[in-house]
Design a protein around this ligand. Sequence first.
Ligand SMILES: Nc1ncnc2c1ncn2[C@@H]1O[C@H](COP(=O)(O)OP(=O)(O)O)[C@@H](O)[C@H]1O
Ligand SMILES: O=P(O)(O)O[C@H]1O[C@H](CO)[C@@H](O[C@H]2O[C@H](CO)[C@@H](O)[C@H](O)[C@H]2O)[C@H](O)[C@H]1O
Length: 466
Amino acid sequence: MLKTASHSQPNSQPNSQPNSQSDSRPDPHGGLSPSLLMTSLAAPLREWLPRQRWFAGKGRPLTDLSVVSMTELHPGCLHLLLRTGHAGSPEHCYQLVLGVREELPPRLQHAVIGRPSAGPLAGLSVYDALLDPRSAGLLLERLRVPGAAGPLRFERDAHTEIPAGLAPRLLDGEQSNTSLVYGDSFILKLFRRIQYGINPDLEVPWALAGAGCARVPAPVAWFWTTEPRRTTLGVLQPFLRGATDGWTLALRSLAAGEDFGDESYELGRATAEVHLALAEVFAPGPPDRRGDGRLAAAMTGRLESAARQVPALAPYVSRLRAAYDDAAVSGPDRPAQRIHGDLHLGQVLRAGNRWFVIDFEGEPARPLAERRRVQAPVRDVAGMLRSFDYAAHARRPWQPDWAGRCREAYCAGYAAEAAWDPRAEAALLRAHETDRAVYEALYEARHRPDWLPVPMAALARLAAEA
Ligand SMILES: Nc1ncnc2c1ncn2[C@@H]1O[C@H](COP(=O)(O)OP(=O)(O)O)[C@@H](O)[C@H]1O
Ligand SMILES: O=P(O)(O)O[C@H]1O[C@H](CO)[C@@H](O[C@H]2O[C@H](CO)[C@@H](O)[C@H](O)[C@H]2O)[C@H](O)[C@H]1O
């Protein structure tokens, strides 16, 4: 049984055994060194990367591109961890699965990355192999039959049956990562922007499943790399067939002029249930001691850093600081605990009449260590409240009353389950909402500049009220 792997003891070495899929040939890359590979790939990748939704360096010239690790998954299919650098910014690392063919058939034209004009791949077609059903199928096979390929390790929960040959399809829609759905039975999420270490999107659902929390789909297989250090790369979990995400449901409700109060109330209950389970399985931390000003200082630091990257924030900085200072008053110092960390309507799925919570990665722009830290549970509440505001903005004209009713109902549902009401901690909630909107401004500026006005409108409001 492989259940002892990366989850229950995230800092221990896993038990994976090489199997028949492991590369046993003396030179798995056929003489292709990473630097030689980049003589072919640098030019097409410079064009292609900035067009990807998950690429966090939009609008900033790419100064460096280098290979962190390179593994042949099967002939003509390379797994890459790629380091990117931008002048004056920290480096990022991305996961790519590249296919190489002489000619791309028409059905794969949408996956093309480029046709290198130099180096060992000159004249060949390079493409995103996750869009190729053959490579996607072979990836599932790797997970089904645990083992190693170069530095990559594939593991699974031996108790869950994963049938062979499930047909893959790429999940369409807006995503920060890339997900493949297999036979409507499983969904594999490949993390695109990689931060070294165990990803909370594997760690947290695994722990919650172990504690019997039925609000979260449990991981059934996963893969990770040993290079440059142990890092989660992808997670397979059951696909909730026929589920609809909260964002889609909220927009439908707005379009139909309907109330979303009952749904919001149930969502509040589901959030509290997950929080209670998290408090049970992960050790709590010392409360945010608001009185000592550390919380306000941390939020102010994030605001100032975001304002350096998003100039539109600058006019609001001094007023927004006041919202943080307001929170730095004495109040119930609730213990900090592991939370979702990036809770919004896109992270909740309703299947049947039940809400599920997914995507425990936390805010992708934050350092991994920070995302795995204990935080105030009110932060997740603030995230969802912001999401009602996003939905209300997505429908013209802006519908603040709809959002207001959702907020009240959501908090009431949370209070019914958690036995404390987030609304009773108004200043703290407001500070977290502001901090969250600052994060959103940074996220939108980097990934979806057209959406920047939504968090900016909230920040203008919050600043005016401060
Ligand atoms: N277990 C699941 N069952 C059904 N759909 C899922 C499941 N997990 C994720 N999804 C779908 O995939 C989308 C993206 O998943 P998510 O984990 O939020 O990825 P990302 O972090 O890349 O945004 C979700 O909005 C949802 O529509
Ligand atoms: O991709 P993730 O789900 O990990 O989260 C990131 O992308 C989200 C957008 O897809 C972003 O969420 C923001 O936009 C949503 C509407 O599309 C809205 O419901 C959220 O409230 C808002 O924060 C999220 O912040 C980001 O981390």
